[in-house]
Ligand binder design. Structure first.
Ligand code: 5AD
Ligand code: SF4
Length: 485
């Protein structure tokens, strides 16, 4: 194939799209859906922007750093586009995701090379937006204008959900698939942009989720991860009973009946929405993996209140106790923010104590980032950057130690591992334990996408080394495991 920069590639050759994904798993899922929407238009995925006709940046607005990365990337793409135009070719630049939603036209003002700005609820309209962008470019050429623009913008929140418009996902990667079941958030934590960028809470009807999950299982999915910004707030329409709804636990119980689905996961949860049945499901649905990401953000009642989290530290402690009572080997993960406005040394100590008391298998922790438009940004007792840095270092050192201890505690166990891809070194393959730890073994590529029983031999800070114990499928793929060999 000739270099697209020469502009001589003929029309019948396939177009290429490069999608760069920032941020959360929701964005990873959305990027896949955008690829699905673009495929019928002739777009194949490209590995890099240099070989692409269309570049989509699927952006994240959650913290300031994530947003700023987008503008530096856009600067590089503008140069690439200018290079193309000098030789009579083109590069279409689209900005999607939460920065697109939050900043809208401001993006085109700051970077006029951008052709399309599309919010997370409008991806099904990408074909139309591309056509409009092409018309704008043609008009510009006919005018003899050399400068790019004006870009097209679509950041509407449609009355109905985008789930109704996107093509069904076809992609099962190495035995795993994501299913988006819930979008948006009504909780309005005072630090968070999600309710503004992703809109009001919406739960997808159970029937359409079950259909998708069955299709994914038929296409080879062994594991599904249910996705939502507030996944355990799920309350989608129940199948065939107008007016009634299903909880997440009810949905999980129905998904567990699907043949071939050995692993079910869900993310991200809120401590306020862990109802009794969901906790019970962790004990009696063998397919539900013994892992829970449950962001707590802070261990201080005062800070939790200021964050508008709607629960205190005791509520979280009780939840943990109940979960561990029902599922003793459950791995707990969480998110933490240090330096929320007004956080004192004593508040931070409360967070450290909570971490010590609970013991986490893994966690994400961040310095508070002031996000325009959120109530937290307007508070005047902002914490000094140096204090945030020191607190984050202390917290991460404790969480890192807990993660290493958790990994080490599994040495000697024989567990099912779902292999997802090649390892870093030749001859290695990499997969996930039930507790979502990365596990690498010596093994053949034909194991990828399959479950195998692995004996865990050594723990590294972020992964475990093991060896295939039987080479075959474990007797009960989802079952209670973690029994020491
Ligand atoms: N500053 C820092 N971290 C944030 N998060 C969300 N908003 C902010 C912010 N303004 C973190 C929370 C959330 C995770 C996805 O990102 O911990 O759980
Ligand atoms: Fe953001 Fe809070 Fe909603 Fe989570 S629950 S998405 S942190 S507003």
């Amino acid at each position: 194939m000739k270099d697209v920069r020469t502009g001589t590639r003929s029309q019948w050759q396939r177009k290429r799209v490069f999608i760069r994904t920032y941020g959360c798993q929701m964005n990873v899922y959305d990027s896949d859906r955008m690829a699905d929407v673009l495929r019928p238009l002739g777009y194949a995925l490209s590995e890099n922007p240099e070989q692409a006709d269309l570049v989509v940046l699927n952006t994240c607005h959650i913290r300031e750093k994530a947003s700023e990365k987008v503008y530096s990337e856009l600067g590089r793409l503008r140069d690439l586009k200018a290079e193309r135009r000098r030789v009579g070719a083109d590069l279409v630049i689209a900005v999607a995701g939460c920065v697109a939603q939050a900043e809208g036209e401001e993006i085109i003002r700051r970077q006029p090379a951008v052709d399309i700005v599309v919010g997370p609820q409008a991806y099904h309209r990408l074909p139309e937006l591309l056509a409009r962008a092409a018309r704008a470019t043609d008009a510009r050429r006919a005018d003899g204008r050399r400068r790019p623009g004006p870009g097209v913008l679509d950041t509407e929140f449609p009355a109905e959900s985008k789930f109704d418009h996107l093509p069904a996902p076809s992609d099962v990667r190495a035995g795993s698939a994501f299913v988006s079941i819930q979008e948006g958030c009504d909780k309005f934590c005072t630090f968070c942009v999600v309710p503004y960028t992703r809109g009001a809470e919406y739960s997808r009807p159970a029937t359409s989720i079950l259909q998708e999950a069955r299709a994914l299982a038929a296409a080879g999915a062994i594991e599904i991860t249910l996705l939502g910004q507030n996944v355990n707030a799920y309350h989608g329409e129940a199948p065939a009973t107008a007016g009634s709804t299903w909880t997440l636990a009810r949905l999980i119980r129905a998904l567990a009946e699907i043949d071939g689905l050995a692993r079910i996961r869900y993310t991200t949860s809120h401590p306020r929405d862990m109802d009794d049945d969901l906790i019970a499901a962790h004990g009696d649905v063998p397919q539900l993996m013994p892992y829970l990401h449950l962001p707590v953000q802070s261990g201080s009642d005062r800070v939790l209140e200021a964050m508008n989290r709607g629960h205190g530290r005791d509520h979280f402690r009780r939840l943990v106790d109940r979960l561990r009572h029902i599922s003793p080997d459950i791995a707990l993960s969480s998110d933490f923010i240090v330096g929320f406005p007004g956080e004192s040394d004593a508040d931070f100590d409360d967070t450290m104590r909570l971490v010590e008391e609970v013991g986490f298998a893994s966690a994400f922790s961040f310095k508070y980032s002031r996000r325009p438009g959120t109530p937290g940004a307007a508070l005047d007792d902002q914490v000094a950057e140096s204090t945030k840095t020191a607190r984050l270092a202390a917290l991460q050192s404790l969480l890192g130690r807990q993660q290493r201890d958790f990994n080490a505690s599994k040495i000697g166990a024989t567990v099912p591992v779902l292999f997802a891809g090649a390892g870093r070194r030749p001859g290695q393959i990499l997969g996930k334990s039930p507790w979502l730890q990365s596990v690498f073994v010596e093994g053949n590529a034909d194991m990828i996408g399959r479950l195998a029983t692995v004996r865990l031999l050594a723990a590294h800070p972020l992964s475990l080394a093991g060896e295939i114990a039987t080479g075959g499928l474990p007797a009960r793929a989802g079952g209670p495991f973690g029994v020491a060999a």
